[in-house]
Design a protein around this ligand. Sequence first.
Ligand code: FMN
Length: 210
Amino acid sequence: MPVIRRLKLKDGLLNAITLAAALGGRRSHRNFTEEPVALEVLQRLIWAAQGTSDDDDKRTAPSAHALHPLRLYVSAGRVSGIEAGAYISDPMSEDLNLHVDQDVRAKLEREALEDQPWIGAAAGIITICADLVTPSQAFADQPPYGVRGLRYVHIEAGAAAQNMGLQAAAEGLGCVLVAGFKDEATAGVLNLEPPLGPILHMCFGWPSES
Ligand SMILES: Cc1cc2nc3c(=O)[nH]c(=O)nc-3n(C[C@H](O)[C@H](O)[C@H](O)COP(=O)(O)O)c2cc1C
């Protein structure tokens, strides 16, 4: 299976706008043009979500007990430089490893709760998935018993999603967080193995007015 290597950030890929401008520009976009999104833009979204940011492998988003249970799956459709398919983003190298050898956007759209055509129309979808078992076990002895670990996973996914939303705003890229989907069916489309489950999609593409 092909591997798409991550470009190094020190190659000058970070774009500079103020945090206030990114916060002020963040909006949900559900209409996208047909224009492909460059691989480098996708890689910066991935970096914003879970990238390592120093030599100690500290990341752009916090993680309870540094367990780092999140895994990013990228369903690419119109991403220039890579074939359509579902890729796993390696948590340390952030390389993209081909996982499902076909365009799965339409299938993901079918598993949404309600009609959500922006899933299939997006240039790509980053699905934040997570190991749902390890954090539950790690925090099992802390109240509220049985739910704290899962609560932490959701907090971490929210932080990673917001990072992506801000990075998208900095790029002028459109995106929308979609969490309304059938969990098991979505896991099936992405070929997830337990203990992984899907938490949310970030659908992205160049924004269009219509
Ligand atoms: C937890 C969560 C789940 C969401 N799920 C969906 C969804 O399934 N479909 C969708 O189109 N938007 C979804 N959204 C996006 C919200 O609809 C959107 O953020 C809200 O309308 C406010 O608009 P804004 O993001 O432009 O400020 C979700 C947002 C959050 C935080």
